[in-house]
Design a protein around this ligand. Structure first.
Ligand code: HEC
Ligand code: HEC
Ligand code: HEC
Ligand code: HEC
Length: 491
């Protein structure tokens, strides 16, 4: 049973133990800078009480449109657990909060296995949550990335080591600096050096250290579980899809088609997208015009100090004034907010249609797969289109602006997703001589209901797995109690 469980990610890395976490000294972290005025602004990132129409900072469950805040929210995507079935994202996925909360959140999330001595996910997951990565890599070398996530829990203490000053600043000069290994290396492969970038470029590149799509290198062709940015063919969803379709082992550190996980019900090899804010923004109206992330998310106050409260600019009239009216001097905050929401409403509608079509594609493939005498070649083509449809959907779904950073690319990407998923359904039906067609008629929620409850604990119970046709494909996990609660070991 343990074996099935660990095969989830075993293809990507081998967990080895590097050190007892109590022996790792990570220093004072952000507290070193507590007397600087930017630190006071930084502390505001702890605020997690306010939502906007489509954004905001309350960490509700992103698939839950039924319960009120803080558990659910009116704009939800009910099929997230279905689409990620067989991957830890299906256990828990919440709206982001501020940078100061990153360690609390990563040590609490059910994606990382807190019921076992082995985290099931590598130490790489610390990469975008803390200022300590350069220190840890210096200490443990490239073994760090694939080592056990749990080994570093005790050494990381909440806000002291959460995303902070040293992530974006040279600690001596306080000039902007790139400390992220994967970004530094992605730029190098493009022949670029961030040390020569303009101040305005740096005002976005510091964010591109984390707000980007990434994958893990494989142990056979690179450094096991080290993060890597898939940018060598471009940053658009089609470019990255091509990149992921055929890795060059020497350059990309994986070979052939890349897979994050195999979908439990349809056995489709899926690429999971993660927060491509920088990629989405780059060729949008603002990105193309040379506006930076910091122009909108770090406006200066009247003394010229940059806000270090990274959040939605739409939380108040004053924040829109500071973030937007600085450039759009002839517009009112109300007008600008209305324009953002205009784009977001359209994007959200198509996002949910794309999501439903993706679910239908998986169901069509699942039915075809179970059909005796299925045409295997057509089934393989149906799976390829399901993979593609889901990737294009997820590129928008995982991006955190609900379309605002680039409304045109958002809608184009979602239209493409819908077309690929529709093709998947056609191909799967064709593969069975249309025998499965009647089972795919009607509203999707009648055919495949959303999975509303699922977690590592629930997966320990066969009754839970019997409660939905798709859950039946998952193995029951061994009975176990929590081993870790945040950075404390329970036994
Ligand atoms: C996510 C990246 C990021 C983090 C984390 C960060 N800063 Fe900054 N910081 C910036 C950017 C971007 C600027 C604007 C630089 C510019 O335009 O000159 C800035 C500017 C500054 C400046 C120059 C004056 C000003 O306000 O524009 C100081 C000083 C500073 N930050 C201190 C800090 C301190 C102290 C911390 C930790 C509490 C911190 N920063 C954390 C990105 C960051
Ligand atoms: C070291 C990685 C890292 C860097 C650098 C970084 N971010 Fe983040 N950011 C995160 C993570 C992780 C979260 C989610 C934290 C959580 O939910 O616990 C986040 C959350 C956010 C949020 C949502 C906050 C809210 O109130 O909901 C915004 C907005 C944001 N970041 C903007 C930026 C901008 C702009 C920059 C560059 C100036 C930047 N970030 C740089 C990792 C990073
Ligand atoms: C033209 C202004 C602008 C620029 C430039 C911009 N953003 Fe945004 N961003 C917004 C707005 C507006 C939203 C939507 C907020 C909402 O819906 O409440 C947003 C949303 C976000 C969110 C989600 C915030 C939330 O409420 O959960 C993140 C994270 C983020 N942006 C990061 C970035 C990063 C990283 C960059 C640069 C790569 C960037 N943004 C560039 C204006 C901007
Ligand atoms: C640094 C300057 C700058 C800042 C800050 C800025 N914008 Fe813009 N905005 C631009 C430019 C430049 C354009 C493109 C105008 C053009 O090319 O005619 C633009 C275009 C727009 C458009 C029209 C295009 C579209 O996508 O609908 C909207 C709406 C908009 N901005 C909203 C906002 C909002 C909301 C904010 C704050 C969150 C904001 N802008 C912050 C410079 C800025």
């Amino acid at each position: 049973m343990k074996k099935i469980f660990s095969t989830l990610l075993a293809t990507l890395f081998v967990a080895g133990s590097v050190a007892a976490s109590s022996t790792i000294d990570l220093g004072e972290g952000n507290l070193k800078y507590k007397d600087m005025p930017q630190y006071q602004s930084y502390l505001k990132n702890k605020d997690n009480t306010q939502m906007t129409e489509y954004g905001g900072s309350v960490p509700y469950d992103k698939h839950d449109g039924v319960n009120p805040l803080p558990k659910g929210y009116k704009h939800a995507q009910p099929y997230l657990k279905n689409l990620w079935l067989g991957y830890p994202f299906s256990y828990e996925y919440k709206r982001a909060q501020g940078h100061t909360q990153a360690i609390e959140d990563v040590t609490h999330i059910d994606r990382i296995n807190r019921y076992s001595e082995q985290a099931g996910l590598p130490a790489t997951c610390w990469n975008c949550k803390t200022t300590t990565i350069p220190t840890l890599v210096e200490k443990f070398g490239d073994k760090f990335w694939s080592s056990n996530f749990h080994d570093y829990r005790e050494a990381h203490e909440g806000s002291k080591h959460a995303i902070g000053c040293a992530n974006c600043h040279d600690e001596k000069t306080f000039a902007l600096a790139i400390t992220s290994f994967p970004l530094d290396e992605a730029l190098k492969r493009q022949g670029k050096d961030w040390r020569k970038a303009s101040k305005q470029e740096m005002r976005s590149l510091v964010c591109a250290q984390c707000h980007v799509e990434y994958y893990f290198e494989t142990k056979d062709h690179g450094v096991a579980a080290k993060p890597h940015l898939p940018w060598d063919k471009g940053m658009n969803p089609a470019d990255m899809y091509e990149f992921y379709s055929n890795g060059d082992p020497k350059r990309d550190a994986f070979k052939g088609a890349f897979t994050d996980f195999t979908h439990a019900a349809s056995k489709t090899k899926i690429i999971k997208a993660q927060h491509p804010e920088y990629e989405m923004f780059s060729d949008g109206v603002h990105g193309a015009a040379g506006v930076s992330c910091s122009d909108c998310h770090m406006p200066r106050d009247k003394n010229g100090m940059s806000s270090h409260h990274w959040t939605s600019p739409l939380k108040s009239t004053e924040s829109i004034q500071a973030s937007c009216v600085s450039c759009h001097k002839d517009k009112t905050p109300e007008y600008l907010k209305g324009r953002v929401e205009f784009h977001q409403e359209k994007a959200w509608k198509q996002l949910n249609i794309a999501q439903e079509k993706s679910v239908r594609a998986h169901e069509a493939v699942r039915l075809a797969m179970e059909f005796k005498g299925v045409d295997e070649k057509l089934l393989a083509e149906a799976r390829e289109m399901t993979r593609k449809g889901q990737w294009f959907w997820d590129y928008v779904s995982a991006e955190n602006s609900a379309g605002f950073h680039n409304p045109t690319k958002t809608l184009d990407t979602l239209a493409s997703s819908q077309q690929y998923s529709d093709q998947a359904v056609q191909l799967a039906m064709q593969a069975t001589g249309y025998a499965i067609a009647p089972k795919l008629e009607g509203p999707i929620e009648k055919i495949v209901p959303p999975i509303m409850e699922h977690s590592r604990k629930l997966q320990q119970d066969q009754k839970h797995l019997d409660s939905h046709v798709w859950l039946k494909y998952l193995p029951v996990l061994p009975q176990a109690d929590l081993v870790w609660d945040k950075n404390k070991k329970l036994k």
